[in-house]
Structures are given as C-alpha cells and as structure tokens.
Design a protein around this ligand. Structure first.
Ligand code: SF4
Ligand code: SF4
Length: 120
C-alpha cells in the first residue's frame, strides 16, 4: 500500500493537531498565512475553519493561535503533545516543574562525542 502524502484531519483518522471551533472561527485564514510550516490550507467552503493538511510538519511554535483575531474566544487551539504540556505545580510553593527535572534544568555537563578536546 502506498502511504498518502497528505491527509486532512477533519475527514480522516489523523492526529487532531489543531482544534477549531467552527462556531467562532470566521475562516479569515490568518492562521494559514502565518504558519511557517504550511500545516493548513484554506477551507474551500468560505467562512469555514482551515483544513489541517500536514499535521506532522507542525513544530508547535504557536503562531497560528497567537495571530488569530478570535483566539480569546477559542477559535483555534493547538493540541500540544504531552511532553510539551505537562508542568506540575508544587502545592506548597506554587513552583512549576517537570517530573524528573529541575526547573530551570541544570546545565548540560555531558562531554561531546569524542571528548572536550575533540575538533569539530
Ligand atoms: S482560527 Fe482564527 S485565524 Fe484561523 S481562520 Fe479561524 S478566525 Fe481566522
Ligand atoms: S503551531 Fe506553528 S507550526 Fe504548528 S500549525 Fe500553528 S503556526 Fe503552524
């Protein structure tokens, strides 16, 4: 079977990257224009939310949400993967942290491959 090169998440079982509220989104396509990875394409139906055609290209920069004029009303939301979104909060101090990691993380002291004296 040949793998499809593109797919549209609204119509097929693909990861739900962007969640559009079709009752709020006016289909202005600002998110389509600003996405640096060309994840979306305009909906052929005027006034409807864009289509997600390349969800795997998303790098979760958030531009689509930030530039949406109706973001505060919930027109678009990016469904970030778990490793992007889980922060825990200490009840006692209110500090946000990630499991198994100090916040901010300590500097990386692991030597590069070949050791510190290795030439690039
Ligand atoms: S999600 Fe926002 S920016 Fe994108 S088409 Fe809808 S209203 Fe416009
Ligand atoms: S988060 Fe960034 S890369 Fe992903 S769809 Fe939005 S604008 Fe495109």
């Amino acid at each position: 079977m040949v793998e499809p090169k593109a797919y549209v998440s609204q119509d097929m079982k693909a990861p739900k990257l962007a969640i559009f509220d079709s009752g709020v989104c006016k289909g202005c396509n600002r998110c389509v224009e600003v996405c640096p990875a060309d994840v979306f394409m305009p909906n052929p139906k005027k006034g409807k939310p864009p289509l997600v055609v390349y969800p795997d290209e998303c790098d979760y920069c958030g531009c689509c949400v930030k530039d949406c004029p109706l973001r505060d009303k919930g027109a678009i939301e990016v469904n970030r993967p778990l490793y992007h979104s889980v922060h825990w909060k200490r009840k006692e101090t209110g500090e946000h942290f990630r499991v198994g990691m100090k916040n901010p993380p300590p500097p990386n002291t692991r030597p590069p491959v070949g050791g510190w004296d290795a030439k690039a």
